[in-house]
Design a protein around this ligand. Sequence first.
Ligand code: GLN
Length: 487
Amino acid sequence: NVDPGTMNPYQHGEVFVTEDGAETDLDLGHYERFLNVKMHRHNNTTTGQIYDEVINQERQGKFLGKTVQVIPHITNAIKERIRRVAPGKDVVITEIGGTVGDIESLPFLEAIRQFKIDCGTGNVLYVHVTLIPYLKSSEELKTKPTQHSVGKLREIGIEPDLLVCRTERPLDLPMREKMALFCNVPVKQIIAAPDVSTIYEVPLKFAEQGVDQILLSILRLRSPSGKKDGLADWRKMVQAIKFPKRKVSIAIAGKYIELKDSYKSLIEALIHGGIEQEAHVDIHYLDVSHPDLWDQLKNVSGILVPGGFGDRGIEGKIAVVKYAREHKIPFLGICLGMQCAVIETARNLCGMTGAHSTEFNPKTRYPVIDLIPEQRKLKNLGGTMRLGAYPCRLSAGSRARAIYRRESVNERHRHRYELNNIYRKKLESAGLKVTGIYTKGKLAEIVELKDHPWFVAVQFHPELQSTPLYPHPLFSSFVRASMEHSS
Ligand code: GLN
């Protein structure tokens, strides 16, 4: 695949959208959350893109009649991708997906092997992430798979400097010594990555083992002076997540199995939303097609309808919005969730029976959610999405303005359909106010319901910008409102 945009999220996890509108995989979300650095189009490279680029160059005659080969043409293209993101940076982290030994990743491994020769020793280091399985029946950790994968790497000319060992049990010294011996890696460079209760604890576990010092010394870098503990804020945040003082239950409309990885950023953003309040957000996955839906909603203090494609469960989601509105339960709608809120208002407050999105009912009498005319002209589904960051102006006096404390924000999008402006006045007079607008395109970005403790729905994906050190204000506010509701 050239990008994951057309891939099934149940197979590959969420599609993470960068600020510049690239559809990438969920790993980039982890990098943004851990590093507080914004990723862009060029931070993600797929085999599809590399081959596409090389074949295009060949067609344009750029290789002057030479035979195009994996080495050097594909490997050069890969190395060029690594260099492309380097300007202005001290260190480039390049993660090669897949498993050592995969046929698919061979050209990538060959490229990073060459990279060390190109850049010189001391400018490149290799970290091998490896699984140390635990055998319950014999109660032991096994290092054999690691010995073999390191062997495979050395066969192709890569000697790992660090082994990061995923384990569910502590890695004792004799184990480390054995691995050091068989894998040709110094003992102190065998790093345990044990299971932890929150993923945000991982950097702390690495720091305990001196990983930062090892990296600095191999790369011959000095850490910025004057900073005693660069992880102090991080430590505080992990503490708040691990030892929460309160608990709040929030329901998400969608099944657990569908949601776990396909809504990774959303679930993380909810966790971030609880940090300031030192609250643990207990997530309930609502099966909207199940007859006991109302029982499932009984004990929740907040309701979230997330983004999605396809009409499965759409009526259930609309019913959940109605429940949140009528029972005055804090409600956050995201993308499809906002569209559901608009449909619900149209049907139940504006008397537009059968109102719908033309995505789900192209013949509806009241197309309150629809494609904009420019999009309708395009035939190819791939190119019609609104992707990446767009500015959004917030109306004075609105809840959104109070939450963000700014006049204008940038938020990321990934959708085709929009609130149909023909119905805006009617929706507003029923109490659903448009409080955020992309002024250039006159598109509604945020709606809020009057006379409700907290009802905000957005056309964009705020979860993509939330990080544990800088939780997204919408999520913090939503979690706070949910806690107030519960008390
Ligand atoms: N399916 C809707 C659209 O394309 C919503 C997409 C989403 O929730 N990301 O507009």
